[in-house]
Design a protein around this ligand. Sequence first.
Ligand code: G3I
Length: 354
Amino acid sequence: MKYFRMPLVGLLSATLLVTGVQTAVADEAAPQAPLRTLAERADLRIGTAVDMAALADDTTYRRTTGREFNSVTAENVMKWEVVEPARGTYDWSGADALVRFARERGQVVRGHTLVWHSQLPGWLTSGVADGSIDAAELRGILRRHITTEVKRYKGRIQQWDVVNEVFEEDGSLRNSIWLQQLGPSYIADAFRWAHAADPKAKLFLNDYNVEGINAKSTAYYELAKRLRAEGVPVQGFGIQGHLAIQYGFPGDVPENLARFARLGMQTAFTEVDVRMILPADEEKLATQATYFRGLLDACLGTRSCKSFTVWGFTDKYSWVPGVFEGQGAATLTGEDFGRKPAYGAVREGLAEGR
Ligand code: G3I
């Protein structure tokens, strides 16, 4: 579906996208400032997850990634299954390419993600399953993975998602191989090892369905409070922000961010997208825009939230249709990079600032 940017109040410029070639008809004022310029005025990193194949092959994607954002996150190329496909055999090519791309464009990098139950290399999951890797060896493998990857990018990663999705919806710990084999202490260990490898990186917990105050986000709050009291360097709470307009907008988002701030922690929106049941229409897109804006305003509403990342900025490469059948249109721009009302809402929110 081709989208045209909604006319923005105060701006006469209009951008008409034809066959992916962006022709901006600027008004008498300067051409429209990119999102990153507005974000910098608001002391915010506006980021996007990056699909490295698209970055290599799609010039519009590459140009937009560099122009609009001042933070990037590896959608997949920093995950364990990618960086260590065979035990002791590393492939840093994708991660290196993203870090280089970011450095060349003055962007910071969010590292995603060191410890997760998904996208683990096959040699590790099969070794645990067949018992050839016991708990003691697994702990050593985890320590080596974290130390190796964090040290490689020492000084070049602003924030690491150290552990990802460790709680269930009811606030109980997810029964992953990490919990089964190592017990709950794997979380504190992961943060300590990451901090030892790069003391300057800000170390985050990260999960979905934790935008408001609920059993899951409260489990993170209590975990962070306890670990910080024990001196564990848990410095940030990452709120993924995968929303859907067919569900209500989460309540208590500002209050949720505020309680982590009271612990002395940063917060970040790390993977924001807002899916819908297709086909998209004007009303659904307008609702989507309010959801993006609602999360952005919550972030701008507290100095402790310094980073707002969308999980891809174009529907062309979104993960959503492949996972949620019949749903999609979850990002700020369409398949043709046409700006949707959500893009305009994010722009206006950034322009209003804190
Ligand atoms: O790279 C292989 C390719 O070689 C193979 O031919 C192809 C077909 O099997 O698969 C490719 O790997 C895919 C990978 O993305 C890279 O494109 C995996 O199958 C696919 O499962 C994987 O999906 C990623 C998903 O995490 C995995 O759970 C999505 O791109 C990514 O957007 C998504 O991101 C997660 C965050 O990391 C954590 N929070 C939730 C978010 C959405 O699930």
